[in-house]
Design a protein. Structure first.
Length: 262
């Protein structure tokens, strides 16, 4: 997801995802079959098609597409994530997958060369999401599908701000989770039809989230306080509630799918 090797934000991404790679790859909330099936089904792949997952992380989306397409590609900026992806492909004996280390703003594919272009849970790390989305559309063939999935922030600016403060404390490579309207706008800017929307939630437990995090300045206590302080007024818009000695909440997420005209 780098813009330039010396870019400060790119360094934050590389640091976070190199450290997170193994934990992220084994997250049951993000990589279970039901969640992956939602995205694959939204794209409606066929056996003759080529798919590309942008910012593919540990490769679970690519692996989910592989049995249903001719060839499945994954691209990521972080070598540690691609190592996890290669290991996943080996475990499942996938021989129609291909991995690329690269930049979401300069995808190494010709115009109109990919049938299905996806990106899942990465746009909140991007400083120029519109530019990345334009690249996804560029490489998608006319009549192909563009699929964008991410968690969404509340339409209430105060709740969205609180949510993003917590997320930037949890993961300093986070830029911002955007409201649903902002994600829809990317499709409009690129002249795509209004996307079909599928909603789901990613359930989260406070202590597990904190244990897996590499927070800003290593300050897990600050992260815990942010979560605890947001419960009573639902300050982050995540329907948080107390459950014994912990706190539970859920990230609201959406899958947006549209066809490139042509």
């Amino acid at each position: 997801m780098t813009e330039h090797p010396a870019d400060g934000h790119a360094s934050a991404i590389a640091d976070q995802f190199t450290r997170q790679a193994e934990i992220f790859a084994r997250s049951p909330a993000l990589h279970n079959e039901a969640v992956l099936s939602l995205l694959v089904d939204a794209a409606a792949p066929t056996a003759s098609e080529l798919s590309l997952d942008v910012a593919c992380g540990p490769g679970s989306v690519v692996a989910a597409f592989a049995p249903r397409v001719r060839r499945a590609h994954g691209l990521d900026a972080t070598e540690a994530m691609l190592d996890e992806a290669r290991a996943l492909a080996a475990r499942h004996s996938l021989d129609n997958v291909e991995w690329h280390r690269g930049d979401v703003y300069r995808l190494p594919f010709p115009d109109g060369s990919v049938d299905i272009v996806t990106c899942r849970f990465a746009f909140h790390h991007l400083e120029r999401p519109e530019a990345a989305f334009a690249e996804m559309v560029r490489v998608c063939r006319p009549g192909g599908r563009v699929v964008l999935c991410d968690a969404v922030a509340s339409d209430d600016p105060a709740r969205a701000a609180a949510f993003n403060r917590m997320e930037r404390q949890r993961d300093p490579s986070t830029v911002a989770f955007r409201p649903l309207g902002a994600l829809r706008r990317y499709f409009e800017i690129e002249g795509l039809p209004a996307p079909r929307e599928r909603f789901f939630q990613v359930p989260t437990e406070r202590d597990a989230l904190i244990t897996a995090a590499f927070p800003l300045d290593g300050d897990r206590a600050a992260l815990r306080r942010m979560i605890d302080d947001a419960v009573d007024s639902d300050l982050m818009g995540l329907n948080a509630y107390r459950d014994g000695h912990t706190v539970r909440f859920a990230y609201p997420a959406v899958i947006l799918t549209s066809r490139r005209p042509g």
